[in-house]
Design a protein around this ligand. Structure first.
Ligand SMILES: *Cc1c(COP(=O)(O)O)cnc(C)c1O
Length: 424
């Protein structure tokens, strides 16, 4: 399709957008009295209007039923988390028995490493990406130290080549081959938070498994954004926060995947708690732990239902729309944004270098743009003029037009704000 940088063309794309009605089902922050152009769904997704109803339900049940709410609420609390599996499974390409929600992302990664990072003197290294999200770096280093190794030795970073913005799959595979029998775990972000690059999770998982390592993925920027086939790829474990593309609300619960081949296995250790106990016998308060025979064996505490409520509201929308439709719109709106950026760059004779891969299969919703010669004033100007983006040092803005609620008209209007900064 050939695009045009005009309001009427953008509005035409919106009128043909099968997801156009969803925009109205979200609350937009206002700037200067108008709905903001929201590019930070990769950081905190907008609030679905239905979320409040789900929270209110629990507040009402708590007021009216108190402790009886555990079993007598319409959406009973004792198994509230189980309502997620059927709907979450297709989002990440898993079986319902392999996905659940619990805790928060970094906490889940730590807990999953209890099961899947069990280093020996010979096999103890973790392969991750250079400049991983800071929380991941801290987590990995602390795990390595906890087991008596030193990060300098045990953490092996895959690096980008000099002057390049992306990881090359061949370099990741080569590193896995090189570390070989010393590699205990491959743990990488499936979509890089800084550049928006989608890694070749299938090939990397295969290579890690062939090297005899466990393979886990941090899907913070991938869940609800890109196509995932965790089960078929043979991924061992994964976790993701839900407040980014999955619109569940600030700091909310994390999704978690454990491949079914580990369910019911006695040789895989875990940190355990009563919510992981055989649910039919959970309240018999028996002394010996009897794990659920699915991913819920990794549950520890009773479910934080007030937090889960908005996540469930949002997940209902994912179930209704489905990832294929979201991905189709995502591809088109991101291409349109890319087009608008290039048009404006030419017009204002500036160099906006998109450091996200140009190939559709290597990127999701996010475009990261290097603003050569521009400083933070531009970012501030965008904010003051109704565009919410985010700024990363030295001068990268990340633009993520979430397909659920961003419009093509937003992309056009963003271009006009950008243009006006340059006095055009
Ligand atoms: C957002 C993000 C996190 C955040 O972790 P929390 O435990 O939810 O605070 C961690 N890792 C990556 C890669 C992220 O993008």
């Amino acid at each position: 399709m050939t695009f045009q940088n005009s309001l009427s063309f953008a509005q035409k794309l919106d009128s043909e957008d099968p997801l156009r009605t969803y925009r109205n089902q979200f609350h937009f922050p206002k700037i200067n009295g108008k709905d903001a152009i929201y590019f930070t769904g990769n950081s905190l997704g907008l609030q679905p209007k239905s979320a409040k109803k789900y929270v209110d339900e629990i507040m009402t049940d708590w007021a009216e039923l108190a402790v009886e709410g555990h079993f007598k609420a319409e959406k009973s609390w004792w198994d509230y988390h189980e309502r997620f599996a059927e709907k979450l499974a297709p989002v990440v390409g898993a079986k319902p028995s392999e996905v659940t929600v619990m805790n928060t992302l970094t906490v889940n990664l730590h807990l999953l490493m209890v099961s899947f990072y069990r280093p020996t003197q010979k096999r103890y290294k973790i392969i991750c990406e250079e400049k991983a999200f800071p929380s991941d770096q801290y987590m990995i280093a602390s795990q390595v130290r906890f087991h008596g190794f030193t990060p300098d030795d045990a953490v092996v970073e895959v690096k980008k080549r000099e002057g390049e913005h992306h990881f090359r799959t061949e370099d990741v595979l080569e590193k896995i081959g090189e570390v070989g029998e010393e590699c205990a775990l491959v743990l990488i972000g499936g979509v890089n938070y800084y550049s928006g690059q989608v890694l070749d999770m299938e090939s990397i998982t295969k290579a890690g498994k062939e090297a005899g390592a466990f393979v886990g993925w941090d899907l913070a920027h991938a869940a609800g954004n890109v196509e995932l086939n965790l089960h078929d790829w043979g991924v061992d474990f994964a976790a993701w926060c839900s407040y980014k593309y999955m619109n569940s609300g600030p700091g909310n619960a994390s999704g978690c995947f454990v491949h079914e081949k580990y369910h019911g296995r006695k040789d895989i250790p875990r940190f355990e708690g009563w919510w992981g106990h055989n649910k039919k016998r959970r309240f018999l308060m028996e002394p010996e732990f009897q794990p659920e025979l699915n991913v819920n064996a990794w549950q520890i505490s009773n479910a934080p239902v007030l937090a889960l409520a908005p996540y469930l509201a949002s997940l209902e929308m994912f179930a209704e729309v489905g990832m294929p439709a979201l991905i189709e719109k995502r591809n088109r709106i991101v291409s349109y944004l890319e087009f608008v950026l290039k048009e404006i760059a030419t017009e204002v004779k500036s160099n906006f270098e998109i450091i996200t891969p140009a190939k559709q299969e290597e990127r999701g919703t996010q475009l990261s743009v290097f603003l050569h010669g521009q400083g933070k004033e531009l970012f501030n100007y965008l904010m003051e003029n109704g565009v919410i983006t985010d700024w990363r040092e030295p001068n990268v803005i990340r633009l993520a037009p979430a397909p659920f609620y961003c419009s093509y008209e937003d992309m056009y209007r963003f271009g006009q704000v950008l243009r006006s900064y340059f006095g055009k």
